[in-house]
Design a protein around this ligand. Structure first.
Ligand code: FS2
Ligand code: SF4
Length: 537
């Protein structure tokens, strides 16, 4: 195996003998196989000559492509058996298209045995792309596409789709087998960011199904009934679970990226939605055992649980873990969570982690409602600057940097955040500036879109370009959704983004150079130095 898609990749270079995330060699190789076949399917779909006999309705195929690419994102699916099924599904879809004369050999690859998949030694993985820059750019693109599929799938379950986004997913996947110059591949990566903005906007629109978020203080304690903990990003799953637990004596708690649900009016109606439990995914090994009840993973980030707690782990959607019960989607889109509810009834109530409440819900509508006040505070020099600290949390100790950075910010600086990175500083009591909280949390990592809308609207009101706003970016990344958000920011013209704790391992020196020279991208260093670089002191 060779995988370098996340920030915690081994030695900052790549995982080669099992993943730091817990992904096995075999699962990693199956994921490579799935990605390779996806490229073959996309190539065949795109290059059919006019009049070719092609599948008429590709709705199911599109849904499968999105689900499967999402399943290869970090901490989503560890279950080799699911990838075996995915492989069969994709080969069937690909082979429904006529072979294209002169197509690259890889388009027709059909593994004959498991041996062939797990011992192919680079034949289908990203290392098979020999040119460093080409591999770097295709890796960035593929990682961005994974993030895109994650967000697209959330929008899709809420009834929002966009054929242009699907077309780009196929275009990007097919590019693996196509001839591009390095300059063209660079543009394709940036196009991924442009389409990324569309996906984020689509999901933003889809989430309005639950009402516009309101700035909300979320309790983090517990009650005395047994509970189910819901983690991940899929609000539709949470909604279905809340409906099915009504009147059962089982409470529901959110975890990690699900925190934002409490800020949507539709979720405020549920008195069985009690609180947010724990912090980010990175602390689940400590926090989940104390919850006592079952945990439902609707998406990433899943950390392989110890043997003794596997019986309490349930997965759904793209998520998978061998030994965990998977709740499938029925033909009508519903899911039956009765097995989780039955288990919860036999469990003890959660142990109180004694965490203070946190504030969320500062999406673009909520913040822009405060725009006149914010603009006045800028004018009065009570707000000097904003710093976007969106992104991911992670397990490495060096992420203390983000806590220390937030603590060291002058009191007239406001943090705009989204994603699970916020758990590094959302309980620091950083206070308010004339009633405006100093940490404005828009919600999930996809709600970084809200931060861009806020910045764009403030810039418009001040009649200046976005890059001239008193605004700095210090982004924390971990997985491929953050790569998509990063590409989106670049595509939207945001410059001088600081990123950490480490740069993506897939960046070749030349690609990194392009990011530095063209966009002013910079790695973070020390709190002291970075505060100066970002004009925050
Ligand atoms: Fe956090 Fe993990 Fe949101 Fe990422 S819960 S690092 O995958 O998607 O952010
Ligand atoms: Fe390694 Fe990250 Fe890939 Fe897991 S997802 S195998 S930790 S690079």
């Amino acid at each position: 195996m060779f995988c370098q898609q996340c920030e915690e990749t081994a030695r900052g270079l790549g995982c080669t003998a099992g993943g730091v995330c817990g992904k096995s060699n075999d699962t990693a190789c199956y994921q490579d196989a799935v990605n390779f076949i996806l490229s073959g399917l996309a190539y065949r779909k795109i290059h059919q000559p006019a009049g070719a006999k092609v599948p008429a309705d590709t709705a199911k195929q599109d849904k499968a492509v999105v689900e499967i690419l999402f399943a290869t994102l970090t901490n989503v699916n560890f279950d080799k058996e699911r990838f075996k099924e995915y492989l069969k599904t994709l080969i069937a879809y690909r082979d429904a298209y006529p072979i294209i004369s002169g197509e690259p050999e890889g388009c027709a690859w059909t593994p004959k045995s498991e041996e062939e998949i797990v011992h192919l030694e680079g034949g289908i993985g990203l290392l098979a792309i020999e040119d460093d820059n080409e591999r770097s750019l295709f890796s960035l693109l593929l990682f961005g596409l994974k993030g895109m599929c994650a967000y697209y799938s959330h929008a899709e379950v809420l009834g929002k789709t966009d054929p242009d986004i699907m077309a780009f997913i196929y275009k990007g996947l097919a590019s693996r087998f196509e001839v591009y110059t390095i300059a063209e591949r660079t543009e394709l990566v940036l196009e991924c960011g442009t389409v990324g903005a569309k996906v984020l906007a689509l999901l933003d629109e889809a989430n309005k199904h639950y009402g516009t978020t309101e700035i909300t203080k979320v309790p983090c304690g517990v009650k005395d009934k047994p509970g189910i903990l819901v983690t991940g990003h899929d609000l539709r799953d949470l909604e279905m679970l809340l409906e099915q637990t009504k009147g059962t004596g089982v409470d529901v708690y959110t975890h990690g990226e699900m925190l934002i649900a409490h800020a949507h009016p539709a979720f405020k109606q549920y008195d069985n939605l009690i609180a947010n439990y724990g912090t980010s995914w990175a602390n689940q090994k400590d926090e989940f055992p104390k919850f006592n009840g079952p945990v439902l993973f609707t998406t990433n980030c899943l950390v392989p649980p110890p043997e003794e707690s596997r019986g309490r782990i349930f997965t759904t959607g793209s998520v998978g873990f061998d030994g965990a019960v998977h709740i499938p989607e029925k033909a009508d889109g519903s899911k039956d969570f009765s097995e989780i509810i039955a288990l919860a009834k036999r469990c003890k109530a959660p142990i109180d982690l004694k965490l203070s409440e946190v504030t969320t819900g500062a999406g673009h509508d909520a913040v822009l409602a405060l725009a006149p006040k914010i603009l006045k505070l800028i004018e009065e020099k009570k707000i000097r600057r904003f710093v976007v600290m969106a992104g991911c949390d992670g397990r490495h100790k060096e992420r203390r940097y983000y806590t220390e950075f937030a603590q060291a910010l002058p009191k007239d600086v406001i943090i705009l955040t989204a994603g699970c990175a916020k758990y590094r500083y959302n309980r620091l009591n950083l206070g308010e500036i004339d009633g405006v909280p100093r940490v404005l949390d828009a919600g999930q990592c996809n709600d970084s879109y809200s931060l861009v809308v806020i910045a764009t609207e403030l810039a418009k009101a001040l009649k200046i370009p976005v890059n001239e706003l008193p605004l700095s970016f210090n982004i924390a990344w971990y997985e491929q959704k953050a790569i998509l958000v990063f590409l989106t920011l670049l595509a939207l013209g945001i410059r001088d983004i600081m990123i950490g704790p480490h740069l993506p391992a897939c960046l070749s020196p030349d690609v990194l150079n392009t990011l530095v020279e063209r966009f002013g991208v910079q790695p973070n260093t020390t709190v002291e130095a970075d505060l100066k670089t970002l004009h925050l002191v």
